[in-house]
Design a protein around this ligand. Structure first.
Ligand code: SAM
Length: 239
């Protein structure tokens, strides 16, 4: 249950030094009285200048963030995953990549959390520029639709978290879920569909299937996929 993992009280409580040690070192200075200052004041200051900008919601085994890491080497990104063992696997995967590729993969991390409850604990208003919802669980029965990670209510939260111009990427192999996600986004006043041209030009799009473990599985079975990409607009854009 949720009690098994810590949840940051606010986004300023997210431990950036833990997730991105190369960017945010803990301050081990020696105070005048000889005590070792193990505080993270320095990292908190730096946190204000560099923040997580991409979030992969329900990241599974982490294939997407691993691929995005080298495509956007200066962007901090995080995978959010509710399953403990899967999260641990992704942590190990990132540590191993950092070890075998010195200086690389420092911009990605993973956290075990319930993204349906705690997104506002991790990100400030307008902080993110990309959110990914790749092959989310379908929750077929109507009474379980409220468990879907894209819903009218949760889209309010995602709109709050995304900067104006930020993009939500969704993909699924379940047609009904694809229709649902698209309809929720179309109906929301703070999102607009992305044009075909922009879709074709975005280097991230091909990774939605090629980089994720679930996408690779679907591709192996020659399965069809349903993609929806929407931009966060500001209310004045719609006037
Ligand atoms: N996105 C990955 C991919 O494309 O390979 C994984 C897709 S998998 C079908 C869905 C993932 O979402 C699972 O790993 C599941 O544990 C995770 N998940 C489901 N509900 C979640 C929640 N509320 N918070 C965080 N992760 C969740």
């Amino acid at each position: 249950s949720d009690s098994h993992f810590p949840v940051p009280l606010t986004p300023s409580h997210v431990d950036y030094a833990l997730h991105y040690p190369q960017y945010f070192q803990t301050d081990h200075t020696i105070a005048d009285n000889g005590d070792v200052n193990n505080n993270s004041t320095a990292s908190l200051h730096k946190t204000q200048s560099k923040k997580i900008q991409f979030a992969d919601i329900g990241c599974g085994f982490g294939g997407l963030i691993v691929s995005l890491s080298t495509l956007f080497p200066e962007t901090l990104m995080i995978g959010m995953e509710i399953r403990d063992k899967v999260t641990e696997y992704v942590k190990e995967r990132i540590l191993a990549l950092r070890e075998t590729n010195p200086g690389q993969y420092q911009n990605i991390s993973v956290v075990r959390t319930n993204s349906m409850k705690y997104i506002p604990n991790f990100f400030e208003k307008g902080q993110l520029s990309k959110m990914f919802f790749l092959f989310p669980d379908p929750h077929f029965k109507e009474k379980n639709h409220r468990r879907r990670v894209i819903s009218p209510h949760l889209l309010d939260e995602y709109a709050y978290t995304l900067e104006s111009g930020g993009i939500i990427y969704t993909i699924t192999d379940v047609e009904e879920l694809g229709e649902w996600m698209k309809a929720c986004l179309e109906d929301h006043p703070l999102f607009e569909a992305i044009s075909e041209e922009e879709f074709a030009a975005d280097p991230v799009v091909k990774l939605l299937t090629s980089a994720t473990e679930e996408g690779q599985k679907v591709a192996r079975n020659n399965g069809e996929t349903f993609t929806a990409m929407f931009r966060r607009i500001s209310p004045s854009d719609t006037e």
